[in-house]
Ligand binder design. Sequence first.
Ligand SMILES: [Zn+2]
Ligand SMILES: [Zn+2]
Length: 345
Amino acid sequence: MRAVVVDEVRGRPDVREVADPTCPVDGVVVRVMATGMCRSDWHAWAGHDEITFPHVPGHELAGVVAEVGAGVGRWRVGDRVTVPFVCGCGRCEWCRSGNAQVCPEQQQPGFTHWGSFAERVALHSADTNLIALPESLDFGTAAGLGCRFATAYRALVGRARITEGEWVTVVGAGGVGLSTVMIARALGCRVVAVDRNPEALALAADLGADHVVLADGSDVPDAVADLTGGGSHVAVDAVGDERTSADAILSLRRRGRHVQVGLLPPVAGHPRVPMDRVIAWELDLLGSHGMAAADYPDMLALVAQGLLRPDLLVRRTIGLAEAASLLPGLDRTTAAGITLVDPAH
Ligand SMILES: [Zn+2]
Ligand SMILES: [Zn+2]
């Protein structure tokens, strides 16, 4: 198969022929029809995860089942599927209680093994992790669900437990941030979007953000406090940076809930967090790590009803060669919305 291959940390990604993946006994091989490009792929490329090289990135995928392991009961060749980026083992107490997103034995395509910037990808524990795509959902839209949209949904619904009428501040208007804006609005919240890129803020406004704040070095928490009458009920850092995380936390009103979605690998040490404010204002700090397949049906129902429109976030589709050339600069990209990779493109 053709795949984007990275031979070493920060090596130049190369598109070439490699061996097809082997089908796990409890898993499947999926022919990749669409796969999203995400900042997490850049983190893996940059050596922030424990990766074995040579490596194939890619973790937001949708496609068609091409091979089925002998131990799989629920899936057949030809099924249209997607998968969370965290695949649980299916056997431990966390998986059995519907929390595969924190499984200690988790597998992540594009991290623990070769991912979906390729014509084919192997997926483990298929009976636990695969999600059937409704006929109405195309592969491109579904690929965008796999990481950012599902992560945003879980952050708001499963973790912050938003309720109608609350203010939600979203710091970062990239793929996961825009997803957060859209979901918060659809569920009846009022939204402030914060970003350093005016183009991304324009997109956030199109998707329903009530207010946008340009992070140009000015006091973001102060601006949010003015717009929301004293701070938001919920804040989401969708970037993953000491500054954006602190801006989100300090934008909360008393007893507010912060959800950390953007990854903060301790590359230069752990980030400083304004814990004095957390204590004095009784703020909740919540982590969020993807979403288990078991939680997808509620979200997919809202997509099927047209209440959530992940398709609106997709801005462009590229091929493997262009994905290879974009990957090293993904941390600095200012392109708004989601970029999809079609291996057949
Ligand atoms: Zn992702
Ligand atoms: Zn497990």
